[in-house]
Design a protein around this ligand. Sequence first.
Ligand code: PRT
Ligand code: ZN
Length: 304
Amino acid sequence: MASLEKIGACLFKTSMIMSTENIRIAIQKSGRLSEDSLKLFKECGIKFEAHGSKLRSVSSNFPIEFLFLRDDDIPGYVEDGVADLGVIGLNVLMEQKRKVDIVKELGFSKCRLSLAIPRNEVYTDLTYFNGKSIATSYPNLTDAFLKANGVKAETHEISGSVEIAPSIGLAEGICDIVSTGGTLLSNGLKEVAEVFQSQAVLISNKQLNKTKKELLDKIIFRIDAVQKGQNAKYVVLNAKEENIAQIIALLPGMRSPSVVPLAEKGWFSLHSVISENDFWEIIESLRLAGAEGILVLPIEKMIL
Ligand code: PRT
Ligand code: ZN
């Protein structure tokens, strides 16, 4: 039979677990932000279930609870405190003008809000839009842009399929989200001016308590590590001793590269971390400087 002490200790532990405060984060249930949002938190080492009709999921290894919502509802829920955090496109956030903090740019779902007109129209500059009608799902961002540029146009808010507005005579131009430009092209339109650049951002309620602020700091720390790892590559190469100094001078490592002697006398292996872009720029110089057997490996996480 279990002793009273053991039962007491057990109850104490249970109440500790129950009193742990979860931070609540709203992410898009299904759409262009969903997959990358799920991937990001999984790469941050946060375990949770997200499938099918699930609207809510509690992590098994981090005090966080996920709410799966329509993207348009996320800024409002974060402003009201129903959720503490949210992942949302900057375009939706700025259009809604909600009072929340943007705590991190997440670097995915990149797109732009642009003005577009029928392809056969002659476009000179923004004055083209004076006196014209523009269909958009982003009337606030569009009006602010037109006003800032001294253009007097009429915006018509429509909620979807904005790109067909000119062909059905609803408006003379549109202001819509563009990513590859394929949708504009297939609707006989051309992009003429960029209004706003967007990407997914992590937003936070303005009044997080101390515990939730600490949890947010932990989440940001993990996201930073994932993001740094994504931009960096681990490079391993071999070189003769006499070429080491010149090769090191080419490698912008975290501190200085590690130089490890190889079994063959006079040869060394160099290990360093560089950004992928830097690597492509210096690859030729590395080879000319005598680097051989160059390996480029992905980095999962990077903590500086
Ligand atoms: O159902 P729910 O309300 O949650 O989602 P939604 O349908 O409102 O949004 P969703 O999933 O389409 O987009 C979510 C967010 O992804 C947007 O708010 C943007 O921040 C971002 N994003 C990135 C995009 C695009 N790329 C994009 N290409 N949002 C929309 N588009 C659409 C655009 O409206 C146009 O119809 O794709 C078309 C243009 O794409 P291209 O590649 O042909 O130029
Ligand atoms: Zn939406």
